[in-house]
Design a protein. Structure first.
Ligand code: CP
Ligand code: NVA
Length: 300
């Protein structure tokens, strides 16, 4: 039987995603009570990181331990991956040893190729194109705070990047309105836009975009791998900084989200990040619970 993978949010149906979010809420209660169900006893997750990570690594590793299993961290330095062993070989070798593989890398095609050769579930832990695990946590956070996201207005500020693409997928699947507001030349991918256009609009004017928003979300202006564009991007994105003036254009009870790490004074001001509408710390914590539910869904 072919394994199920989680390469983008579209890998799972709306009902499957909702069942993961519901299960994450139960797992969160168990975590708070320190009363763990070891549903993945003796199961092993391999984690390949070709880019840096704090949240993704710790949430997957802690999550596997709490479920009774184990996680192995693999980086290009110290493994044969960095010495050029082909993806398709690594995928088949690891498939014979572990129960699930998480991969964080650059080209999304690499994750697709990995999944094509893997006989165990593959999870996208971030590619240049998507970050679906973060969306599980963001959706869980919204559901906990506000209930169903259907029909709500979410505004994305900044780069049309991996996070933005995953928000676009989420908008279509969960039927909310997504407004993407950033400078010309940094729009999301055209194909993803075409596939989600009933739920996504582009609005260049940030104040106009923020009007009636239920959620304001942003991310770094230069993603991992784009470090040399940092200075150019700082100038081009300046008017899309989420600060208190922009938050005032949104609904009074709008939530502020950010996948983190955040660059204070760039895409978000210190007072918004640390302010009363910001849910970023819970959002980050929800990576743990939502990914545990995902691991159970894919492995158990
Ligand atoms: N949000 C997120 O994926 O964080 P890390 O890069 O620390 O894993
Ligand atoms: N867009 C960011 C997300 C980091 C979690 C990046 O790819 O670096």
């Amino acid at each position: 039987m072919k394994p199920r993978h989680f390469l983008t949010l579209n890998s799972l149906s709306r009902d499957e995603l909702l069942s993961i979010i519901n299960r994450a809420e139960q797992l969160k209660k168990q975590f708070i009570e320190k009363n763990y169900e070891t549903t993945l006893k003796s199961r092993v997750l391999g984690m390949i990181f070709e880019k840096s990570s704090t949240r993704t690594r710790v949430s997957f590793e802690a999550g596997m331990a709490q479920l009774g299993g184990h996680a192995i961290y693999l980086s290009p330095t110290g493994t044969q991956i960095g010495r050029g062993e082909p993806v398709k070989d690594t995928a088949r070798v690891l498939s014979n040893m572990v129960d699930c593989i998480m991969l964080r890398t650059f080209e999304h095609e690499k994750i697709e190729q990995f999944a094509a050769y893997s006989s165990v579930p593959v999870i996208n832990g971030l590619s240049d194109s998507y970050h679906p695990c973060q969306l599980l946590a963001d959706l869980l956070t919204f559901y906990e705070k506000r209930g169903s996201i259907e029909g709500k207005k979410v505004v994305w500020f900044g780069d049309g990047n991996n996070m933005c693409h995953s928000y676009m997928n989420a908008a279509k699947i969960f039927d909310f309105q997504l407004v993407v507001s950033g400078p010309e030349g940094f729009d999301p991918d055209q194909e993803i836009f075409a596939a989600t256009k009933d739920n996504v609009v582009i609005e260049r004017d940030p104040e106009q975009a923020a009007k009636n928003a239920d959620v304001i979300v942003t991310d770094v202006w230069a993603s991992m791998g784009q470090e040399e564009e940092q200075n150019e991007r700082m100038q081009k994105f300046a008017k899309y900084q989420v600060n208190s003036d922009l938050m005032e254009c949104a609904n009074g009870d709008a939530l502020f989200m950010h996948c983190l790490p955040a660059h204070r004074g760039e895409e978000v001001s210190e007072n918004v990040l640390e302010g009363p509408q910001s849910v970023v710390w819970e959002e980050a914590g929800n990576r743990l619970h939502s990914q545990k539910a995902l691991l159970e869904f894919l492995i158990a």
